[in-house]
Design a protein around this ligand. Structure first.
Ligand code: ASP
Ligand code: MG
Length: 424
């Protein structure tokens, strides 16, 4: 007998039928003799609907109240799921994040988990009940206010609970059969991966792949919890995410390219005519950092000798764009740059693979594939196991297709199945 944490995403519990289907699956796991702790997301697109509602009431809803509103989505799904399980003759107990002991900092909208004290969950499991926990939420250690963990944060709730409960595995149920070489929603020829290393999964999640929340992978890695990403519609084995799958003796070689992530949520700011003097980059990025904005890629051109001026471009989340422009405007004269350009029609593609370390020529091959597909690359950044390029947003899907084919990732076993979800 083992302790299994199962997380069901919003598309898996989108309607009453979905809730009942998931309830049957949970009951089967329990009947197989396992202890089961379930983490559930809000039904379907209801988090987006709640955000739309808030924005209709107020253009800038207070962060505390927005969190209070959004956590209602998960409370609905945990309660109806417990009802559906009761209807199958099993005892289930639902708990809010706060009741489950998910303690966070006070950073509304993107709170970090500081501690998990799952006393009530342990009690419920010991009593033979199925415990159901509302994902994506916690309670602040200092203010005692209700917080949310950021979009997609139920994955992180699941991994954090799995760590605190010392679960044997954390199963993430979604609307596709696992982690694919690219998003099957835009690329039906994407191939399902059996195993991905934590290192690669962290880079995929950080580069825009929405299959797993970044901090979920960080948690699983830190506490050695295996993650199993799979579909709630099928019984197919999904993708295992483990720390060192390519270790000597495993018989597995690190693939050169494991997967491709794409992201259309970023924008590009170009600071034009920056004096090419020491301290200017520091001044620009200090202003942005002080506003609490995380940036991603940075490109600084060589200065034009005649003018002694240079341009600096960087990417950041679109949602932080207006604020960044505002803080840079405020320091424009002191830093002495000429102008700013804002562009939110960009897309970023990242190709990731642990085998890149030992295989030269990956960038050259990627750039050639982009050229052959008539796609202009606007920015480039690389790490040991990743190459990212920025293109026009409307060319991004073509870029993913071209790279996928160039690196031989296309499936030979038919099209990937997307079982549910609206892709919103
Ligand atoms: N319901 C939340 C969201 O849509 C959390 C989650 O689904 O993981 O972002
Ligand atoms: Mg998700």
């Amino acid at each position: 007998m083992s302790l299994i944490v199962q997380k069901y995403g919003g598309s898996s519990v989108a309607d009453a039928e979905g809730v009942k289907r998931v309830a049957r699956r949970i009951v089967q796991t329990k009947q197989a003799g396992h202890d089961v702790c379930v983490v559930v997301s809000a039904m379907g697109d209801s988090t987006d609907d709640l955000i739309d509602l808030a924005n209709k009431v107020s253009p800038a809803p207070p962060a505390r109240e927005l969190d209070m509103l959004l956590t209602a989505g998960e409370r609905i799904s945990m309660a109806v799921l417990a009802m559906a399980i009761a209807d199958l003759g099993m005892e289930a107990r639902s708990f809010t994040g706060s009741q489950a002991g998910v303690i966070t900092d006070a950073d509304h909208g993107k709170a970090r988990i500081l501690d998990v004290t799952p006393g009530r969950i342990t009690q419920a499991l010991e009593a033979g009940h199925i415990a159901i926990v509302a994902g994506f939420q916690g309670v602040s250690q200092t203010t005692k206010d209700i917080t949310t963990l950021g979009r997609g944060g139920s994955d992180t709730t699941a991994a954090a609970l799995a760590a605190a409960l010392r679960a044997d595995v954390c199963e993430i149920y979604t609307d596709v059969d696992g982690v694919f070489t690219a998003d099957p929603r835009i690329l039906p020829s994407a191939r399902k991966l059996d195993v991905v290393s934590c290192e690669e999964m962290l880079d995929l999640a950080a580069s825009g792949s929405k299959i797993l929340h970044l901090r979920c992978v960080e948690y699983a890695r830190r506490y050695g919890i295996p993650l199993h990403v799979r579909s709630s519609w099928s019984k197919h084995p999904g993708t295992f995410i483990v720390d060192n799958p390519y270790d000597e003796g495993s018989g597995m070689e690190a693939p050169i390219i494991t997967g491709i992530a794409h992201d259309v949520s970023e924008a590009k700011i170009t600071v034009v005519g920056v004096p090419d003097e020491k301290g200017k980059a520091a001044d620009i990025f200090t202003a942005v950092a002080d506003a609490g904005i995380s940036i991603d890629m940075i490109v600084q051109n060589v200065s034009v000798a005649a003018t002694g001026l240079t341009d600096i471009s960087f990417t950041l989340p679109q949602s932080d764009g207006p604020k960044a422009i505002q803080v840079l405007q405020a320091v424009k004269t002191t830093i002495g740059f000429a102008d700013m350009l804002y562009d939110d029609k960009i897309g970023k593609m990242s190709v990731i693979g642990a085998g890149m370390r030992t295989n030269p020529g990956i960038s050259a091959k990627l750039f050639r594939a982009m050229a052959d597909a008539d796609i202009n690359i606007e920015m480039i950044s690389t790490s040991e196991i990743r190459v990212s390029v920025v293109t026009r947003a409307d060319q991004l899907e073509a870029a993913v297709r071209a790279a996928h084919t160039a690196f031989g990732l296309d499936s030979t076993e038919g099209e990937a199945i997307v079982y549910g979800g609206t892709g919103r």
